[in-house]
Design a protein around this ligand. Structure first.
Ligand SMILES: [Zn+2]
Length: 404
C-alpha cells in the first residue's frame, strides 16, 4: 500500500465536518476507530499487535526481544487539531514496513511499531500520558484519578473502553527490550522551509509545563453592581495574560493561555471564577522557572488588587531533553550518505520520544511544514515531503535493525 492509500484510509476518522479539525480524544469512539485501524493495518503486514496495560499499542515485526528498534508516534489530537501531528509518524511507519518488505528486507533485530495513548493530554490534561506511564514518570494512582472536563476519570474511561485500570503500571521489562526509538513527526514551527530541506533531525526539546490558575471572585449583576464593589476574577486573569506575553517575550521564552473557562459564563453577570491553563516553554529550565515565577507573582498581585483569591497548581512538567548524540549522528550520516542531508533542530514541542529519551536512545525526524502552523486544521506537509519522510525512515530502520 502506498503512503497515499494509507493516509486516505485514516483521514476521515475523528474529523469534525464543521471545522475540518480532528477530535481524536483518548478512549472515545474516534480513538477506538483509530486503534482498530492501526491494528488492522499492522496485522495486514504480518505484524503481531500487543496492547500494553497503559493503553499503548505495540505491533511487532518478528518475535519481541532485546535490542528492538521501535518507531511510531500517536493518533490522538488536540481539539480541532491537524491531521499530521502524530498520525504522520504512524502512517509513515506502516508505509516504511511496506517498502522494507518490498525490498525483501528482514530485520535482524526485532522491530516494533508503537502508537502511544493520550500524547496531547487533550482529554485528561497530562501530555505524553502513555509514555509517562510506561517509563514510570507518572504515578499510576495519580493517573487513574485524572479527570476530563466532564468529570470522568481516566480509570472510568479505560474501564468503559474495556481495559482494566488497576493494571496501569511502569513497564521496565518492555523498555529493557527497546534498543532505540525513532519518532517521525510533522515539523511544528517553520525552520526547514527557509533551509530548503524536507527532513530535519531533532537536537532536543525545550523544557515545558502546564499550570492551572483558579481565580475566584464573586458573581454579581452586570447592570447593578458598581465597578468599585466588584470582585471580578476576569480582571486579574486578563492582566495575567498580558504579563505572560511580556514575561515570555523579554526572555525569548513562550507562554500561552489557550484554555479558559469563565464561570458561570453569563453575558450579563460578573464571573464567580475564571479557570485558566498556562502553557510555558523556554530554551532552558532556569529561564522557564523565571518566566513562570514572574507570571505567578503578577497573578497574585492582581488578585489581591481585585479582591480575588488565587490558587495555582502545576499539572505537568517536562524537563529539557537532549536526544542521544550517537543515535542522532548515526541517523545524520545515514541520511547524508543517501543524499538527504537533514539539518539538526531544537523544538519547543513535547513528544513521546522526549519521555523515552530518559530511558533509552531516542531520536526524532521532522517532516517540513511549509507554514509552520500546527495544532490547527491548517497544519500541513506536502505529499512529496511525506514520501521523503517514508524514505528517510526506511533508511534509518534498515541501518538500525539491519544488523544484530
Ligand atoms: Zn505530536
Amino acid at each position: 500500500m502506498t503512503f497515499t492509500d494509507l493516509w486516505r484510509d485514516l483521514e476521515p476518522l475523528g474529523r469534525d465536518p464543521a471545522t475540518g479539525g480532528y477530535r481524536r480524544y483518548s478512549w472515545t469512539p474516534a480513538d477506538a476507530q483509530c486503534r482498530a485501524w492501526f491494528t488492522r493495518q499492522a496485522e495486514k503486514r504480518g505484524l503481531t499487535v500487543h496492547p500494553d496495560a497503559n493503553g499503548n499499542l505495540w505491533a511487532w515485526w518478528g518475535e519481541p526481544g532485546p535490542g528492538a528498534v521501535a518507531t511510531g508516534s500517536h493518533l490522538d489530537s488536540v481539539p480541532d487539531g491537524g491531521g499530521f501531528d502524530g498520525a504522520l509518524g504512524v502512517v509513515t511507519a506502516l508505509a516504511a514496513v511496506d517498502l522494507l518488505q518490498e525490498q525483501n528486507f528482514y530485520p535482524e533485530r526485532p522491530m516494533v511499531l508503537v502508537t502511544f495513548t493520550e500524547e496531547e493530554g487533550a482529554r485528561f490534561g497530562l501530555p505524553c500520558l502513555g509514555s509517562r506511564l510506561l517509563t514510570g514518570a507518572v504515578d499510576p494512582e495519580v493517573a487513574r484519578a485524572l479527570t476530563d472536563d466532564a468529570g470522568v476519570t481516566l480509570a472510568e474511561a479505560m474501564t468503559a473502553a474495556g481495559l482494566d485500570p488497576a493494571l496501569i503500571a511502569p513497564d521496565p521489562a518492555r523498555l529493557d527490550d527497546l534498543g532505540a526509538f525513532v519518532e517521525l513527526h510533522v515539523e511544528q514551527g517553520r525552520a526547514l522551509a527557509p533551509m530548503g530541506s524536507a527532513i530535519g533531525i531533532a537536537e532536543g526539546i525545550w523544557p515545558h509545563g502546564r499550570w492551572r490558575l483558579d481565580f475566584t471572585g464573586q458573581a454579581d449583576h452586570a447592570g447593578t453592581a458598581g465597578l468599585g464593589d466588584r470582585r471580578d476574577p476576569m480582571l486579574a486573569y486578563a492582566g495575567t495574560v498580558l504579563q505572560a506575553r511580556h514575561a515570555a517575550a523579554s526572555r525569548h521564552a513562550l507562554a500561552t493561555f489557550g484554555k479558559v473557562i469563565a464561570e458561570p459564563g453569563a453575558t450579563n453577570a460578573v464571573c464567580s471564577a475564571v479557570r485558566a491553563w498556562l502553557d510555558a516553554r523556554a530554551p532552558d529550565e532556569i529561564t522557564l522557572s523565571r518566566t513562570v515565577t514572574d507570571i505567578r507573582s503578577t497573578a497574585k498581585r492582581l488578585s489581591v488588587e481585585h479582591g480575588v483569591t488565587l490558587s495555582v497548581r502545576q499539572e505537568s512538567y517536562s524537563p529539557v531533553v537532549r536526544f542521544d548524540e550517537d543515535l542522532r549522528d548515526r541517523i545524520a550520516v545515514v541520511l547524508a550518505v543517501a543524499g538527504m542531508p537533514a539539518p539538526v533542530l531544537a523544538t519547543g514541542a513535547g513528544h513521546d520520544a522526549g519521555v523515552l529519551a530518559a530511558r533509552l536512545p531516542a531520536a526524532m525526524l521532522f517532516v517540513r511544514n511549509p507554514t509552520g502552523v500546527s495544532h490547527s486544521p491548517a497544519e500541513h506537509a506536502s505529499l512529496a515531503d511525506c514520501e521523503a519522510g517514508v524514505r528517510a525512515l526506511v533508511l534509518v530502520l534498515r541501518d538500525l535493525a539491519g544488523s544484530a
